[in-house]
Design a protein around this ligand. Structure first.
Ligand SMILES: [Zn+2]
Length: 569
């Protein structure tokens, strides 16, 4: 990590505006939010934006079903999404919508740039048409058998079984999801982005490295997937759809709309623009081709294709900057099963929030997340035991066993750690093996590096080793015994002041994961918002702290019924 302040822009994938957020959205938002909060804690300018992805046929049809306009539907969904994300403490600078003037302008601008670069072609293609509903059937509204592996009930754009991508007309035995009718072929003029010509560029891009830290632009598994796609040859990308369609009409055409996947990632730029204009930040500094700022996208593995192929190719051809890296995560499973409504393993963000503390889930996800593209499993029993035994039983226990004595015997004023206590405080700060050197193995640096590489589960393990040292110190000094002996008051003051300082350091290390708890600790300690570098200093003797109150409730699975969880297998 450089000492200079970095300028960073981070995005999460845009949730689609036709339904509630579920815990699969939440895990991505939490993963990105921890990373963003860590960067900000280190003093970097880290902007964080997302938006609802509002366009396309599913929103149009859902609005129709509910007797609303698409604009009404997306406004309602946006309110719910924003409230859910806020409840999980996701600290976006802007959670925007793709149905916004900034996105229209940027989409048109991008399209004009692509035209000027000779990357837009038009041709008449035959497409599946629903003769009952009188509409062309977009990829997700025609199903059939995969042309490659013959798996049944696959969508028209890609196969969830073998991962093949294709056009809907290649499906075997297709049917319309809208009416069930067998579609007919009908010609229509479409606009294409010349993706096939971008293969050499993409091949270079994926093999290059992130200029900031020399790390890869894609994780190994994602880069391998890219190699596979590039090896199979790229086809030009159809970026237009026929009316009826909810989206942006293509300039210079009648009844042709931009495919939602063209304007959705441009929504990253639009959300940032909306924020940047209001905040007085220069949009071009972040998006011009020669930008020296950093750009990272957090996404799920299901949309890697769009973010590793279409998006960099579009940005490059249109003369914008490219992402430094795309951080892909796996799926969230529940009790080892894929989230699914029919299996009862589908949990909405709101269902969780109605029963449990959002920070419990943030912590639980942190104990499981890493930098790889692995699926993460949610198990409520496991969550309860990690929260109750780690967070409450170990970390918060440090405060429970020290703060009260400071209030009771010392008028809420901290003392100085004793001479022999200093080494224990330093062990909590810098690790058990720290020998006084300015070494990279110092715990604060190790933990910072793990956060930066999204190795949160390893970071939590490192931090809880330090928590164990603090508890060892307290168990050895036994403040509850010292409190019984009036002649040991001075020693009690030293021990409890040391423990409070230990707790403050550990709170800094946990702050990216537990922002609300950290705010409560800051209020309790009567201090300014803690920064990463504050872990190297102590609170002054004589500093007054507030009266101790409970910082977090235990998870009681008997009292709060976990939402939508099937009987354990
Ligand atoms: Zn297949």
């Amino acid at each position: 990590m450089t000492k200079a302040q970095r300028k960073i822009l981070v995005t999460t994938a845009l949730p689609y505006a036709n339904g509630s957020l579920h815990l699969g959205h939440v895990i991505e938002a939490v993963q990105a939010d921890i990373w963003v909060r860590f960067q900000r804690l280190c003093g970097h300018a880290c902007h964080f934006v997302s938006a609802d992805d509002t366009h396309g046929t599913p929103v149009m049809l859902r609005a129709e079903q509910e007797g609303k306009t698409p604009e009404q539907l997306i406004a309602e969904v946006h309110r719910d999404h924003a409230a859910d994300l806020k409840a999980f403490h996701i600290d976006f600078d802007n959670f925007h919508t793709t149905h916004a003037p900034e996105n229209r302008d940027l989409t048109y601008d991008t399209y004009r740039r692509l035209q000027a670069a000779g990357k837009i072609k038009s041709k008449v293609i035959e497409q599946l048409y629903d003769p009952v509903r009188n509409m062309f059937l977009p990829d997700r509204f025609v199903k059939g058998q995969c042309p490659k592996c013959a798996a049944k009930d696959q969508y028209g754009d890609n196969c969830e079984v073998c991962g093949a991508t294709y056009v809907p007309s290649e499906l075997i035995a297709p049917y319309s999801v809208v009416s069930g009718a067998a579609p007919v072929m009908k010609p229509s003029e479409h606009y294409f982005f010349g993706l096939s010509e971008c293969a050499p560029f993409l091949s270079d891009w994926v093999h290059g490295c992130n200029a900031v830290d020399g790390g890869p632009r894609l994780q190994a598994a994602a880069a391998n997937k890219m190699k596979e796609w590039l090896g199979g040859g790229l086809k030009d990308w159809d970026i237009s759809r026929d009316a009826p369609y909810f989206g942006f009409e293509i300039p210079g055409t009648v009844g042709k709309y931009f495919y939602v996947w063209l304007d959705a990632p441009i929504g990253y730029m639009a959300s940032f623009k909306h924020f940047a204009d209001a905040a007085g930040i220069d949009f071009d500094e972040y998006w011009a081709a020669d930008s020296t700022t950093e750009l990272y996208h957090f996404i799920g593995k299901d949309i890697l294709y769009f973010h590793a192929l279409f998006w960099p190719a579009t940005l490059h051809a249109a003369g914008f900057r490219l992402p430094n890296a795309v951080f892909t995560h796996g799926f969230l499973t529940v009790n080892g099963q894929k989230m699914s409504k029919s299996r009862g393993t589908f949990i909405t963000a709101r269902q969780y929030l109605d029963h449990f503390d959002p920070e419990h889930l943030r912590y639980y996800f942190a104990t499981k997340l890493n930098g790889n593209i692995e699926d993460i499993d949610l198990n409520y029993g496991d969550l309860a035991s990690r929260v109750n035994s780690d967070l409450i039983g170990k970390y918060i226990n440090i405060a429970s066993r020290s703060f009260g004595f400071i209030g009771k015997y010392f008028d809420g004023q901290l003392g100085a750690p004793g001479a022999g206590d200093r080494q224990w405080l330093d062990k909590v700060r810098f690790g058990d093996s720290w020998d006084g050197a300015d070494a990279p193995a110092r715990a604060d640096r190790v933990i910072a590096d793990l956060y930066a590489r999204r190795e949160y589960s390893k970071a939590m393990r490192e931090i809880f080793q330090l928590v164990d040292i603090a508890n060892f110190f307290i168990n050895q000094e036994k403040p509850w015994e010292l409190a019984k002996l009036p002649q040991s008051r001075a020693r009690l003051h030293e021990v409890c002041s040391t423990a409070v300082n230990m707790f403050r350091v550990l709170t800094i290390y946990l702050k990216p994961v537990l922002p609300a708890l950290a705010r409560n600790v800051e209020a309790l300690l009567q201090i300014e918002a803690l920064l990463w570098r504050d872990a190297q200093t102590d609170m002054a003797a004589g500093h007054g702290i507030g009266e101790f109150r409970r910082l977090m409730e235990r998870v009681d699975l008997k009292e709060a019924q976990p939402p939508a969880v099937p009987a354990a297998a």
